[in-house]
Design a protein around this ligand. Structure first.
Ligand code: AMP
Ligand code: ZN
Length: 460
């Protein structure tokens, strides 16, 4: 079955067709690094990792770009309030740069713990200020901007179909936007492209620009950096559903206005939220959040139990988080590991019938609950243990549950991540990258050996 993905833009499950051959450009919105990511955020990153692995399993060669928002994300969504990072810097008595660096590292640590393959390019907003200024200049030349006392704004009234992604009525959006009023805006939905530094206080992060000293608005970074690394037309843009009506809508409006080309992105894929028990949105800003560290590492539970748990609910359905889920998922995950261990060490051949069924599940808009059901069937199937193991290790290219490493429990996460990355490179026939990664792994004192359907890592 060909890969089908639900596209927020068309509101339909569509067959995935890349722009150029087997190459796929993928942009996913990264974290705002003013605090640890909570486990709700991590659901979105795991879903995006599955999306990327499914593409690779279908033999696509993915170029994945993720931004790090280290400036410009204000406490109010509509360009009001304080910069989240500068605010946290005062609270923790560190510089804004230190805050951003610290939580960026924390985020990468979370990705490693969850077996999430790193993007090919991590790009920071603060390292791409020129690109953002250039895009604002283009928008200015084309007449899409205006100036207020606190910044340069994008005039959403000049865009033909501003709500085409959210499918909301413009009236409803305007109503929502009115909560935080800025009298100087021409339209309630207009947003800042460049904010001036306040006159009375000195910001830690600020830059010269044609409009005066200041900093970029939150949305422009994703537009400028995705165009820089993936071009003016690329395949997939993903993120959480909360981004649809404001962040992605604004990214879309300003990018297509700047390039004059439509569409900018072919497929918009959004993951639903993870809520804690009472159904309230789990958000960093409300302090209502749990981290991978507090819920897993500190309790000596493998973070992969979390990854496994998220597979139980389709990514477009909301998921409730509670302590019972952790207990259930831990039991099921450990059962799975034990069953895989019991298959022995010999790796035979991938069973094509089971593979076909697995592929049908994941290609049906990433149906992971169905894929897990196929995984369970493998153990009962009338084939040798060696063939069962080969089949499971093949599935694990998508699942990323570390099943090929069960017998090597002490392999550091960094090494495992490099090995996963190398497997991906090999699947994409990128031999040069695969060799480079092997050398990198060697430098860390480990050897990676290719086996049918996966690899084995051993200490040298
Ligand atoms: P942020 O760091 O707040 O910009 O969020 C990072 C990513 O996590 C974005 O893609 C959000 O859409 C996503 N996200 C935020 N809260 C949740 C949640 N409770 N469940 C799932 N994803 C979330
Ligand atoms: Zn973004």
């Amino acid at each position: 079955m060909a890969l089908k993905l639900y596209n927020t833009l068309s509101r339909e499950k569509e067959e995935f067709k890349p722009i150029s051959g087997m190459d796929v450009g993928l942009y996913t919105c990264g974290p705002t690094v003013y605090n640890y990511a909570h486990i709700g955020n991590m659901r979105t990153y795991v879903f995006e990792d599955v999306l990327k692995r499914v593409l690779a399993y279908n033999d696509y060669k993915v170029k994945h770009v993720m931004n790090i928002t280290d400036v410009g994300h204000l406490t109010g969504d509509r360009d009001m309030g304080e910069d989240k990072i500068e605010k946290e810097s005062k609270k923790e008595n560190k510089s804004a740069w230190q805050i951003a660096e610290f939580y960026t590292e924390g985020f990468k640590e979370d990705l490693l713990n969850l077996n999430i393959i790193f993007p090919d390019i991590f790009c920071k907003a603060t390292e791409n200020i020129d690109e953002q200024i250039e895009m604002i200049e283009v928008l200015e030349k084309k007449g899409f901007t205006y100036k207020t006392s606190d910044g340069i704004y994008f005039d959403t009234g000049k865009v033909k179909d501003y709500t085409k992604l959210s499918h909301q009525k413009l009236e409803d959006l305007k109503e929502g936007a009115r909560v935080e009023v800025n009298d100087e805006k021409r339209n309630a939905t207009d947003f800042a492209l460049w904010k001036f530094s306040p006159k009375d206080t000195k910001r830690q992060m600020e830059w010269e620009s044609p409009w005066g000293v200041g900093f970029p608005g939150w949305h422009i970074e994703c537009s400028a950096m995705s165009v820089k690394y993936l071009g003016e037309h690329f395949d997939i843009h993903a993120g959480g559903v909360d981004h649809i009506s404001i962040h992605h809508t604004n990214e879309l409006a300003q990018t297509e206005s700047a390039t004059g080309k439509e569409p900018w992105v072919n497929y918009w894929i959004h993951g639903e939220f993870m809520n804690i028990k009472d159904g309230e949105k789990m958000a960093k800003s409300t302090g209502n959040f749990l981290t991978l560290k507090s819920e897993f590492l500190d309790k000596d539970i493998s973070p992969l139990v979390y990854r496994f748990a998220t597979f139980g609910v389709h990514y477009r359905k909301q998921m409730e988080w509670n302590s019972e889920i952790v207990v259930q998922a831990e039991t099921s995950y450990n059962n799975l590991l034990n069953k895989v261990k019991a298959l022995g060490k010999d790796v035979g051949f991938v069973n094509m019938e089971l593979k076909e069924r697995f592929l049908d599940s994941i290609n049906d808009d990433l149906n992971m609950p169905k894929a897990l059901a196929v995984l369970n069937e493998v153990f009962k199937y009338g084939i040798s243990n060696a063939d069962k193991l080969a089949t499971i290790l093949d599935f694990d290219k998508v699942l990323g549950l570390g099943l090929s490493n069960i017998k090597e429990e002490v392999i550091p996460n960094e090494v495992k991540n490099l090995a996963e990355e190398r497997l991906l490179a090999r699947n994409q026939k990128d031999w040069q990258k695969s060799d480079e990664l092997r050398d990198q792994i060697k430098k860390m004192g480990y050897e990676v050996k290719d086996v049918e359907g996966g690899y084995e890592i051993s200490k040298m």
